[in-house]
Design a protein around this ligand. Structure first.
Ligand code: FS2
Ligand code: SF4
Length: 535
């Protein structure tokens, strides 16, 4: 195996096993699935030219690519099933365009068994990329990882009924573009920016999916303590799974808690209406081994980021695209096994009080007080906005973000999103004229909302986003963050600070390009960065 798609990668890439826990076989099956998905995309593109589109193929491409994102699925058996389905869909679609000719991954026949598939997959890893130019390789891998992020958003939106045929088409075309060894540097850059543009549309679909189904998030105070009684913990990002579970647990004497990136779900009117949505438990994904082991109820993992379960293997359930070998998978939205497990466990013995945090400052909530915000900027009460957002992770250096927020002057406002916020989400930073200094916009999946807030501010001040008193200080871990970064670049946003370390798949030349054109900088120290930004 060779994998260097996430921030946690071993030096020089993960080669024997993933730092994330991904086995060599799993990584190799993921490479094969990704390659075959490009073949399915080749056929889908040819079919589309003939006026043939297939809704299942569109959904499958997004699901398969999302399955290869960091910390989603570690179960070889599930990848074997996905590989077989990919080829079956491909052949069925080919039969609908009998005149078309194909090559490459569109004609690969998969081996019969797991060992054969692993042997086959070895040919298609990133280390065997036929692209020989290191900078072109770097850009194409950036594109590939960005597309994994796009696939995640496409899938999330589609689960709630929001799809756009143009987005499916672009995702498939860009996947196929990664196969080409004829692209110039300029074409590779353009493809990466196009990935960013497609991602904005995918995130817009997801925003529409979430807000039309569950209403606009509203500022909400969330309890961090526990309520005495039976309990289920829901982690990942999927709102529909949470809604379904809340419906299925109603009246059963079970309290449901959010974990990690599910925290902002507590702010949606159609989710917060459930009285047994009792609060938020725990922090970011990398702390789950400790937090899940101590949780006295069942745990449902709806999307990334899952880690190897320890003592709680029999209490944790996966659903959707998530998989861990040995953990029970609930494939169909009937969470009876999760509920039965929770009822069989002790639950919390007593109420505990750990204070509260605020969430729900998504675009609608922030824009509803736009006049107050604009007034505070004009009067000088708010000097600067920081978007301190992105993923959390286990590697050292992420304390930067805690310190940055702590040291940000009192006349500045911190917007945050994604699981990186758990480094500072419970800090009491006070307010500026009634505007809280710490505004949780939502999940990483809500980056669209943050972009809309920035665009609305720029419009109100009649300037460009880069001219606003706003600085982006981002942390990355997995490939959704790559997609978001490409979206920000596609929007022309400059001066982003990125950490805790730069992607291993970025070559020095590509980094120079990003510095020259977008003035991207790695984070330094909170003091230095604050001084540089605020002058
Ligand atoms: Fe956090 Fe993990 Fe949200 Fe990322 S829960 S790092 O994959 O998706 O952010
Ligand atoms: Fe390594 Fe990250 Fe790939 Fe896992 S996803 S194998 S940690 S680079």
């Amino acid at each position: 195996m060779f994998c260097y798609q996430c921030e946690q990668t071993a030096k020089g890439g993960c080669t024997k096993a993933g730092v994330c826990g991904k086995a060599d076989s799993t990584a190799t099956l993921q490479d094969l699935l990704l390659h075959l998905t490009k073949g399915l995309s080749q056929v889908a593109i040819a079919a589309r030219k003939e006026g043939v589109t297939d809704a299942r193929v569109n959904r499958f491409v997004a699901e398969a690519v999302f399955s290869t994102l960091t910390n989603v699925n570690f179960d070889d058996a599930r990848f074997v099933t996905l590989i077989k389905e990919c080829v079956a869909l491909r052949e069925a679609l080919k039969a609908r365009v009998p005149g078309a000719a194909f090559d490459g991954p569109a004609v690969i026949q998969p081996a019969a068994d797991l060992d054969g598939l692993v042997a086959q997959g070895r040919q298609y890893g990133v280390e065997n990329d036929p692209e020989t130019d290191p900078d072109l390789r770097s850009l194409k891998h950036t594109l590939t990882y960005g597309l994994k992020g796009v696939a995640a958003y496409v899938d999330h939106a589609a689960i709630l009924g929001q799809e756009d045929e143009k987005v499916h088409a672009s995702l498939q075309e860009l996947l196929v573009a990664t196969l080409s060894t004829d692209l110039t540097l300029a074409q590779c850059v353009e493809a990466a920016l196009e990935c960013g543009r497609v991602n904005i549309r995918a995130m817009e679909l997801l925003d529409a999916a979430n807000t039309t189904t569950y209403g606009h998030p509203e500022p909400t105070e969330v309890r961090l303590g526990a309520t005495r009684g039976k309990a289920i913990l829901v982690s990942g990002h999927d709102l529909k799974d949470l809604a379904t579970l809340l419906r299925q647990t109603e009246g059963k004497g079970i309290n449901v808690y959010t974990h990690g990136e599910m925290l902002p779900c507590t702010a949606y009117p159609e989710l917060k209406k459930y009285k047994h949505l009792a609060g938020h438990y725990g922090t970011a994904w990398q702390n789950q081994k400790k937090e899940f082991a101590e949780f006295p109820g069942a745990i449902l993992m709806t999307t990334n980021c899952i880690q190897k379960p320890t003592t709680y293997l029999e209490n944790i359930f996966t659903t959707g695209l998530v998989g861990w070998p040995g953990a029970v998978h609930v494939p169909n939205g009937d969470f009876t096994p999760v509920i039965e497990k929770a009822l069989s466990m002790d639950g919390f013995p007593a109420d505990t009080d750990k204070g509260t945090v605020m969430t729900g400052f998504a675009r609608n909530a922030v824009m509803s007080v736009a006049d107050t915000v604009i007034g505070a900027v004009k009067s000088g009460d708010i000097r600067h906005f920081f978007l301190v957002g992105g993923c959390d992770g286990a590697k050292p250096g992420r304390n930067y973000y805690t310190e940055f927020v702590e040291k940000a002057p009192k006349d500045t406002v911190i917007l945050t999103l994604a699981c990186g916020k758990f480094r500072f989400f419970d800090k009491k930073l006070g307010d500026i004229g009634g505007i809280p200094r710490l505004l949780d916009v939502g999940q990483c999946n809500d980056a669209y909302s943050a972009v809309q807030i920035a665009l609305a501010l720029a419009k109100a001040f009649d300037c460009g986003v880069n001219d606003l008193p706003l600085s982006l200080v981002l942390s990355w871990y997995e490939q959704k963050a790559v997609a978001i970064l490409l979206s920000l670049l596609a929007l022309g946003i400059r001066d982003i600070r990125l950490g805790p370390s730069l992607p291993a798949f970025i070559t020095p030349n590509v980094l120079s390009y990003l510095v020259e054109n977008y003035n991207i900088a790695p984070i330094s120290t909170p003091d230095e960065d604050l001084k540089a930004i605020l002058g």
